[in-house]
Design a protein around this ligand. Structure first.
Ligand SMILES: Cc1cc2nc3c(=O)[nH]c(=O)nc-3n(C[C@H](O)[C@H](O)[C@H](O)COP(=O)(O)O)c2cc1C
Length: 218
């Protein structure tokens, strides 16, 4: 049933924005495994695959994490951010902040929390630093494949402010960094193209600063 799905790659890429308002309906375990499998298709230096994914569905553990995520959010939600939400709720920043606040207030109701953990280096020069770069291609694959199954995700890191307590609760060993938390579930809202700068605006040709005046023909 969940094996082969026919979903256009570009549709996934162009509609995978942060979906933070999620329904509490459960997600079939087979789909959780499929999106993690997609994550593991991501590249990593020397193909080390230094990742582990901790899937949390237990309500008590989710509440434990949600409490700490919310505390971290309260620190992040500065007076300036509150002012933006109050005075320009429809601006791009206002919308991101309102959506992020919703997640912070409803994390415990999210059906699945996926913690993405990555090994720390052990060589003297980099000892203790996480192999961070390895994780982000995997995470983006996870989000895109979730999109193909109709599942919303967002990439979050606020839990890291309470890393010690959360890692202890989840049993994450000291050689691993619990770098990203992906809340996943069926979205309440609509899929839409994320707001981004135009490609031509952020592309220089041959030399820094040289922009094309018009888009090349396909
Ligand atoms: C590395 C990284 C960390 C992020 N951390 C958080 C977070 O802690 N909480 C949150 O609500 N969103 C977080 N986001 C989501 C961004 O705010 C979001 O992707 C950005 O505003 C663009 O919005 P869009 O994904 O809807 O296009 C993070 C995204 C990335 C890539």
């Amino acid at each position: 049933m969940f094996g082969q799905i026919d979903f256009d790659l570009f549709e996934a890429i162009y509609t995978t924005r942060s979906m933070r308002r999620l329904r509490s309906d459960p997600v079939p375990p087979a789909l959780i495994v499929k999106v993690i499998e997609a994550a593991t298709m991501g590249p990593s230096g020397s193909n080390r695959q230094p990742w582990f994914f901790v899937v949390v569905r237990d309500p008590e553990t989710k509440s434990f994490v949600a409490e700490r995520y919310r505390k971290a959010w309260e620190r992040y939600f500065t007076p300036r951010a509150r002012e933006i939400v109050a005075s320009e709720p429809q601006s791009q920043q206002g919308r991101i902040l309102r959506s992020a606040r919703y997640l912070a207030e409803h994390l415990a109701e999210t059906p699945v929390l996926i913690f993405c953990c990555v090994k720390k280096y052990n060589d003297p020069a980099r000892k203790g630093q996480p192999m961070m770069n390895a994780l982000f291609p995997a995470i983006q694959n996870l989000c895109l494949s979730a999109r193909a199954y109709g599942l919303g995700t967002s990439i979050t890191q606020l839990h890291a402010m309470h890393a010690r307590e959360i890692d202890e609760r989840l049993g994450v060993p000291a050689e691993y960094a619990n770098l990203a938390l992906i809340p996943m579930g069926y979205p309440m809202g609509r899929w839409a193209r994320p707001e981004r700068k135009p490609a031509l605006e952020v592309t220089y040709w041959e030399r820094w600063g040289n922009r094309a005046s018009a888009a090349p023909e396909l």
